[in-house]
Design a protein around this ligand. Sequence first.
Ligand code: GLA
Ligand code: GLA
Length: 695
Amino acid sequence: MFEHRQYRWPQPLKGSRPRIWYGGDYNPDQWPEEVWSEDVRLMGEAGVNIVSLGIFSWDRIEPREGEFDFGWLDKVIGMLGRAGIAVDLASATASPPLWLTQKHPEVLLRDQEGHTVWPGARQHWRPTSPVFRDYALKLCRALAEHYKGNPYVVAWHVGNEYGCHNRFDYSDDAMHAFQEWCRQRYGTPQAVNEAWGAAFWSQEITDFSQIIPPRYVGVQGSFTNPSKMLDFKRFCSDALKAFYSAERDELSRITPDIPLTTNFMVSVNSSVLDYDDWGDEVDFVSNDHYFLPGEAHLDEMAYSASLVDGIARKRPWFLMENSTSAVNWRPINYRKEPGQLIRDAMVHLGMGADAICFFQWRQSRAGAEKFHSAMLPHSGENSQVFRDVCELGDDLNKLADAGILETRLKKSEVAIVFDYESEWATENLATPTQQVCHATEPLDWFRAFADHGVTADMVPIRGPWDEYDTVVLPSVYLLSEKNSQRLREYVKGGGKVIVTCYSGISDEHDHIWLGGYPGSIGDVVGVRSEEFVPMGDDDGTLDHLELTNGTVARDIADHITDVAPSAKVLASYKAGEYTGLDGVPAITLNGFGSGLAAYVGCRLGREGLSQTLPELLGQMNVPYVKGQDTGSILRVERGATQDGKDTCFVFYFNRDSKPAAAAISGVPVVTSHASVDAGRKNALLEPNGVVVTKE
Ligand code: GLA
Ligand code: GLA
């Protein structure tokens, strides 16, 4: 149904064994040549075996139109390659040179209010500009012709974080492409009108030329049509995908043997593109991930890495960027705490990455990212960061020697569904409450399961979630008829599902399912809610609801008025007499077909969910919840079965801010900020500590 490109992974240099790829973005063009040989020497010390090269080097590669200078790049690639360091070579199209934008200002992005986005930062080009595409493809051709057959180039790094700065373009180029996209999708103006509910506010079109991108519509409170906005987000993801695909096809036509990727930005609250859809278009999936500072650091990282593994459909994936310490782009750029550099890398590795890379190799002296950490910091090789980088290099080699590359992340019993389109739809400004969107809920569920020793799999909605024992639909706001039916079949056939409030509200056009919420799957969950009960902290408003199971709901609850005879109420609200909510069902469980469907009709947050899970899962005959005392250790397993023999690498991470003990099995391969007793049965992990064993 959905065709993935055939999976291909960058192969080791001739004469080298397969290793975990290890390295980072390398920007030698920002440094004098004398530095390059020192770079290569120190990369050797750190165990670096791959770098991403040339990502922002267009103006050095093509200093004047049509004049290519590969001399410096040949020299760097030769130096690296001879030292055993492979190259992930960029298509170099991420930031156009000034001669191009001077000659063709018509390639520059336009913002929602029609302002030109000028050169000065990066990625200021229109994804739909035919002029820009021409120049970019010329560059791809020149690079591919020049580097075909080069023994050191093992992968193409196409573009860079598409959409990071140019997701939304409102130019006339974008307008024409959007009109064409609508024509392809809907065929007739009438079908567009229906999809967009355009009878509302006189928005009907009689011709495709009347479609404009959702440009500025006036002051806050004017509200763009949400169905159109949803389609515009789909279009923007598709437009960038078309641009990427054109580059990819040009490169792979000339160098069919070199696998290609582009770096995604999968993390909580990052839904710039539909990365699951993009996952079909790469030879191998890669991701850039930057840690969330604070107490959710580890969990958010594991959650995001699990989602990347889901997008990669459990094939090996590449961590293209993460940071050794601070970034430069938050208001406060916290450094990493002792242990976190190695621990964080192990999280991605445990979750299925076969490559660990950083932005960037050498910390910049100048430019917007000079305060962004790197593998080799300003302070030089005599630094804790560099020592950690070297230690990590060692650890990765030990794991490769122990055979980790033959293993994959083991499938969990629990799938948590993630849906980019639900996230896009819930970002709208005219909703019951801005406090609730899709993206916030999956992480809470992932954390609540982790509190009970269960590491769930994050599974994209197009993915195989219906092959799991238990599935969570966390505020999956959009449910098409097809997905509703898929859920129905799953539960009918014996599946166990937990659906939460704000799921199944709208169809794929963001038209509400009528008859009470959740309209499209009311039969499955056996409840019907008539109204949302948003909660806030305005003076005198309802700000929380207590449940009979001791938990507290905030932000939103459903006013459930009907419960099917096949369903039972597991918890209800204890509310004031005049709220109309006292005794109203909050958590229910329905028998449907041979399966079970729980409904959690309010937002309980990680804590409330964690408190609710034992009783709820007990009622659902889910046996694998291991109890609250298992929550301080996150356990991740990578395994394989070969010739009837099972190999398993077990990763133990401390989720606490104090030391935590873990009962371990197998032989320790990596120990960082942790100690293992002589009998190898118990480990004591400091906060940010990790132990990896081989069973
Ligand atoms: C105003 C408008 C109506 C409607 C309401 C919604 O009063 O006149 O068309 O938008 O706001 O509150
Ligand atoms: C992104 C980009 C990199 C760099 C890092 C900094 O991931 O791809 O070029 O700017 O952010 O965190």
